[in-house]
Design a protein. Structure first.
Length: 265
């Protein structure tokens, strides 16, 4: 009889995890990753880079800021410049993203987004939004674009009109339960969104549905060879489709780095 009871107890213990373990289970720690340089390419040191995205068929879309200098242009795979479009000198350009048949270009404090033909970059429409615009990326699977504004929030917007999707609400980005402010340039990759943290050399990978940071990526190993100006920080992250690699650059950086994110040790 006693043997029978012992067996039943052992089976019960196997079936249900010990209570102590279950109640202490903490959320998974964010992975610690490092940006490892695979290739360095020449980049335009006059670009105050605010948005970076790989264009269909190769090359990059680059969105730049600063009053009187803001534009969006195509950098071909061979490094030559293709189509380019400037905006009014009183506007300060910010993030860009391609949505199917149009490309969005945000402005910082003007609440205006330019809708452009992705090939010619000609303006084909405008949208207006509340507050500031910093970074933007398109989540095709979710049918939304995410917009950062320098806070810890990512706003969910309609990809065609940039109207806020109030029924979905904004997502608060947290790491170990604490808000992560300064979210800047964005890159959507499947269910993840990558964000530069303003003024730092860190990038975070965020679960786009929950807002939880799932990895913190140290990009401090990338040489910043821009002129000595506190504005010239890491900014610009573009996923290379079909790979685990990314392009990274910064404001007025003369270099573009092709990197992979590897476990830090
Ligand atoms: Ca990007």
């Amino acid at each position: 009889m006693r043997q029978h009871l012992e067996r039943a107890l052992a089976a019960a213990l196997l079936l249900s995890p010990p209570l102590a373990l279950a109640s202490c289970a903490s959320p998974a720690e964010p992975e610690r990753l490092t940006a490892v340089v695979r290739e360095r390419l020449d980049f335009d040191p006059s670009s105050f880079t605010q948005g970076l995205e790989v264009a269909p068929g190769g090359g990059l879309y680059v969105g730049t800021g600063m009053w009187g200098e803001s534009r969006v242009y195509v950098r071909g795979e061979d490094g030559t410049e293709g189509a380019s479009a400037s905006i009014s000198p009183e506007l300060f350009g910010e993030g860009i993203t391609l949505v199917d048949d149009h490309l969005w270009q945000l402005t910082w404090q003007d609440g205006t987004a330019f809708k452009r033909d992705p090939r010619t970059l000609d303006e084909i429409g405008r949208a207006h939004y509340r507050g500031e615009g910093w970074g933007i990326c398109y989540r095709e699977d979710a049918g939304e674009v995410l917009l950062s504004d320098g806070t810890s929030r990512l706003r969910r917007m309609d990809p065609d009109t940039l109207e806020e999707l109030d029924d979905r609400g904004a997502v608060e980005v947290t790491e170990d339960g604490e808000p992560v402010a300064g979210l800047n340039e964005l890159e959507c990759v499947g269910g993840d969104v990558y964000a530069n943290i303003f003024t730092t050399t860190d990038i975070v990978r965020i679960d786009a549905d929950t807002g939880k940071v799932t990895a913190r990526i140290d990009a401090s190993g990338l040489a910043n060879r821009a002129g000595a100006d506190p504005d010239n920080v890491l900014n610009g992250i573009a996923h290379i489709p079909g790979s685990d690699e990314f392009y990274l650059t910064g404001k007025r950086w003369p270099d573009l780095y092709r990197v992979s994110f590897e476990p830090a040790d």
